[in-house]
Design a protein around this ligand. Structure first.
Ligand code: CU
Length: 409
C-alpha cells in the first residue's frame, strides 16, 4: 500500500483522531501523575484560580480544533478520491437542533422546578402582593411565548433541513402575518406597562390615613453601612445638614432643631406589624440602594437628595419562620447597588414584631445626642445619676439611659 493510499484511508484517518486525543490526554495525565507522586500538592487553591479555568478553556478549544482539523483531512481525502461527502452536515445540524430543543425545554422545566423553589417566600407587605401578581403574570406570558417560539424555531430547523431534494420556498412578505406579530405583542405590552404604572402610583402616591399615620424612620447609607435614626417620642426625625458632619456627629444631625433631641440610634430595624412605615432615605457618599426583598421594597439612596418609601409590613418575623419552616429566618436590609469593595457587607437585620413588642423595644434605644454633642451645641449637660459602671459592654446602655433622663428634664 502506497503512503498516499494509506493516508487517504478512511479508517486510518479516524484512528489518527482517536490516537491524537488519547496521546494528548495521556501526556497530561502522566505529567499530573508524576507531580502527584513526587509531592502531594494541595490542589484546592488551583481550582479556585481564574488562570486554571482560562487554561482549561484554551485546552478545550485546542481539542476541538484538533478534531476539526482531523475531520477536514478526512473530508479532503474523500474529495481527492472523488467520493461523495463523508459526513452529511445538514443532517448533523438538523439533529443538533432537535436535541437542543428537547434538552433546552427540559432545562427550562428543571430551572422552574428546582430553582423555582429558591424564590423569595410570599410578600411580607401590603403592596408586595401586587408586585408578585405582576411578576407572576409576566412570567406566565413570557414562558408561554418562550416555549412556543422555541418549539417552532428548532422544530422547523430540524424538519426542513436541506436534503438536496427540495428547494426553499421564496416567501418575503405577508401583511396579515406582520399585523399579527405587531398587534398581539403591542396589546400584551400595553397591559403589562399599564399595570406597572398603576401599581407604581398606588405605592408612591398614597392618601394618608390620619388615624394610622406612618412611623418615620430615617436611613442614611454610606460606604459601607446603614445608619438608622428613629424619631423618638415626638415621632419626627430632626433636621440634618452635611455641613455639621464631624467625628462626633457622623450623620450631621442639627441638634438646634428640637425634633432632633430625642432621635434614637437603631442598631437593627424593628417594625411593628400592620403599621405603615415611611423610610426617609439619604446617602452620605455614593449611590446605594435600599433593598428589602421580602417586603418587595427597593429604592436608590442618592447623595444630596432625600427619597421616601412607605409601606406596611404584614407578617411578623415569628409568623414568617413558621410559614417558611425555617427557624433561622430573618428579614434583611441589603444594598442593591455595587457601591464599592465592601458592598456585599452592607446588610442589616430587620425584625417585624407586634405593636406591644415594638413599644417595649423602642424605649431602650440610645439617643444620638450624647453629652459630648450637648457641649458642641451648647445644650445643658445633665448631671449623671450615680449608676454603677459594671463593664465596658454596658457603657452604651448607660449613656442611653442618661440621655433619656436628660430629655425628660
Ligand atoms: Cu451600597
Amino acid at each position: 500500500m502506497s503512503l498516499k493510499k494509506l493516508i487517504s484511508n478512511k479508517t486510518m484517518a479516524a484512528l489518527a483522531v482517536i490516537l491524537t486525543a488519547f496521546a494528548s490526554t495521556t501526556a497530561f495525565a502522566q505529567a499530573a501523575a508524576a507531580a502527584a507522586t513526587a509531592k502531594p500538592i494541595d490542589m484546592g487553591p488551583i481550582y479556585k484560580s481564574t488562570l486554571f479555568y482560562v487554561l482549561l478553556f484554551l485546552l478545550l478549544c485546542l481539542f476541538i480544533a484538533i478534531v476539526g482539523k482531523a475531520l477536514r483531512v478526512y473530508e479532503l481525502t474523500r474529495e481527492t478520491q472523488g467520493k461523495s461527502e463523508g459526513i452529511n452536515w445538514d443532517t448533523v445540524n438538523g439533529v443538533l437542533f432537535a436535541v437542543f430543543l428537547v434538552v433546552g425545554l427540559y432545562g427550562v422545566y428543571w430551572e422552574y422546578t428546582v430553582h423555582g423553589e429558591m424564590l423569595l417566600p410570599e410578600a411580607a407587605s401590603e403592596h408586595g402582593k401586587k408586585i408578585d401578581e405582576m411578576f407572576n403574570l409576566t412570567l406566565v406570558i413570557t414562558t408561554i411565548v418562550f416555549v412556543l417560539t422555541h418549539i417552532v424555531l428548532f422544530a422547523f430547523a430540524y424538519f426542513y433541513k436541506s436534503t438536496g431534494k427540495r428547494k426553499a420556498y421564496y416567501y418575503p412578505h405577508n401583511n396579515a402575518l406582520e399585523r399579527v406579530w405587531t398587534i398581539i405583542p403591542a396589546l400584551v405590552l400595553t397591559v403589562l406597562v399599564l399595570m406597572g404604572f398603576l401599581t407604581w402610583r398606588s405605592i408612591f402616591y398614597k392618601i394618608e390615613d390620619p388615624k394610622n399615620k406612618p412611623l418615620s424612620i430615617e436611613v442614611t447609607s454610606s460606604q459601607f453601612q446603614w445608619d438608622v435614626r428613629y424619631p423618638g417620642k415626638d415621632g419626627v426625625v430632626g433636621v440634618k445638614n452635611y455641613k455639621k458632619i464631624t467625628a462626633l456627629n457622623a450623620l450631621g444631625i442639627d441638634f438646634n432643631d428640637k425634633n432632633s433631641l430625642d432621635d434614637q440610634v437603631g442598631e437593627e430595624i424593628v417594625l411593628p406589624v400592620n403599621k405603615p412605615v415611611r423610610f426617609i432615605l439619604t446617602s452620605k457618599d455614593v449611590l446605594h440602594s435600599f433593598y428589602m426583598p421580602h417586603f418587595r421594597v427597593q429604592l436608590n439612596t442618592v447623595p444630596g437628595m432625600t427619597s421616601y418609601f412607605e409601606f406596611t409590613p404584614t407578617i411578623t418575623t415569628e409568623e414568617m419562620k413558621v410559614k417558611t419552616n425555617d427557624p433561622s429566618f430573618k428579614y434583611l436590609l441589603l444594598c442593591a447597588k455595587i457601591c464599592g469593595t465592601n458592598h456585599y457587607n452592607m446588610q442589616k437585620p430587620v425584625r417585624v414584631v407586634t405593636q406591644a413588642e415594638y413599644d417595649e423595644w423602642v424605649v431602650k434605644n440610645a439617643t444620638y445626642l450624647t453629652d459630648d454633642l450637648r457641649k458642641v451645641f451648647n445644650l445643658p449637660v445633665p448631671v449623671a445619676p450615680a449608676v454603677p459602671v459594671k463593664a465596658d459592654t454596658t457603657a452604651k446602655d448607660t449613656t442611653a439611659k442618661t440621655n433619656q433622663i436628660a430629655l425628660k428634664k
